[in-house]
Design a protein around this ligand. Sequence first.
Ligand code: NAD
Length: 497
Amino acid sequence: MGSAVTTQVLELENYVDGAWRRANASEFAEVTNPATAELLGRTPLSSPADVDAAVRAAAAAFPAWRRTPPGERIQYLFRLKNLLEENIDELARIITTENGKTFAEAKAEMRRSIENVEVACGIPMLMQGYNLEDVTAGVDEMQIRQPLGVVAAIVPFNFPAMVPYWFLPYAIACGNTFILKPSERVPLSMRRAFELLEKTGLPRGVVNLVNGGREVVNALCDHPQVRAISFVGSTPVAKHVYTRSAAGGKRMQCQGGAKNHVIVLPDADMELATQIISDSAFGCAGQRCLAVSVAVTVGDAQKSFRDSIAHAASKIHVGNGLEPGVQMGPVITKESKQRIEGLINAGVAEGAKPLLDGRNTKIPKYEAGNFLTPTVLDGLPSTSQLAHTEIFGPVLSLIHADSVDEAMEFLRRSPYGNQASLFTTSGSAARKFRYEAPAGNIGINIGVAAPMAYFPFSGWKESFFGILHGQGRDAVEFFTESKIVIERWSRQETRKF
Ligand code: NAD
């Protein structure tokens, strides 16, 4: 398989049992460059038979892989880390080409991907259980962790590389075998990743890639040999995967959509707040699940923040993310652009005033691209529908509150709980916020509170379905089953007492 960023249309293949295979597909999804509309490839919408072949390959590989000592399993991940480092620029270019985010953002995404591989290299310690001698005289008890078997991950378009790495390294380091279903809109990053995985010499069947859409997802949910599913995507699909997989008794972690709020207090460092909130709202064209979507200003913060954020957002250079100096790329598809413009219309109809209006943007040389420029909607009523609707585009709404309690009440009404942030210079305000904010990832003077790989990614409410999150120690618990062993070896020891 070719490895360079391709300009020719390519029909993607699946990677099953250590070999690239044509999918059994009659339908294809087009993969286009969001900045240029160039057709990059066709994703096969694989069939349940393709899923079954991958599950059988993964199940066949499992017994030998789980018996491979953890210290040996991680040697493949060390090799993967080195290959990712060596190829980071090429991988970042692929991300930009298929997803649209800037090259710098794509490289940052790769850094976070690599960080997850590094953390999973700690499995020989992270996977250890615990024990206690003499729970009764001469009897010892221990807890050990064992892999589950075949596990699968289903991922979204917005981080074509990083989200798969929230799961893959931990799953295989723990001794499971793995199936990935990438987003059909951005399959090229994982195609290249699997070429690199192949170079690590991993035994066949340990990692498998099945391209496709809804049918593949449903087949994974229904397959009796798939023990666990990790899902990241929109809330309706997260709920669907959660309930459908539950019917088969699977273990699940399903991360859903988001609507993230930041509260700006009058005592905040306004320059810092402006710069960081602007990066959060408009970075990756607002297509981050931790992007700030609503800023709630309290008291006197209203005027100073409104003026400074509109000014900062107006300076953002929008264009093709591969070009130097570009700070914001396009959104993923034409349909996304239309949907986002429709939501801006809805906000205006509900009473918001656009301080900056990114609708109907055309970027010279890239007229066919899916571009919007940053949009700032001032005075969105806190009771409006848009105040609680995920936009997933470069739109920041401003809402005003007379007090912190009023701002917090607004946050509590949000159906989502992925992230909440506060900008302040007051320790007690920060402490109160940390204590009360109804979200799983909290930022204090932070715009994108993305947990490092060694902490779990802790969404709440409609942003997460399950118990154990991705990354960190949660990942190790999710990908292992706990076994308790109680042992007696000596009659004499028992009799003594
Ligand atoms: P999506 O829900 O459309 O797709 C996610 C995955 O589900 C894809 O692999 C897709 O093929 C599959 N899918 C789509 N529709 C399906 C259906 N009807 N039945 C079965 N499978 C289906 O999400 P997206 O547009 O790719 O990604 C954007 C969404 O992901 C946003 O809502 C964003 O907030 C969310 N997201 C959340 C997190 C998080 O950590 N909570 C992280 C990244 C993205």
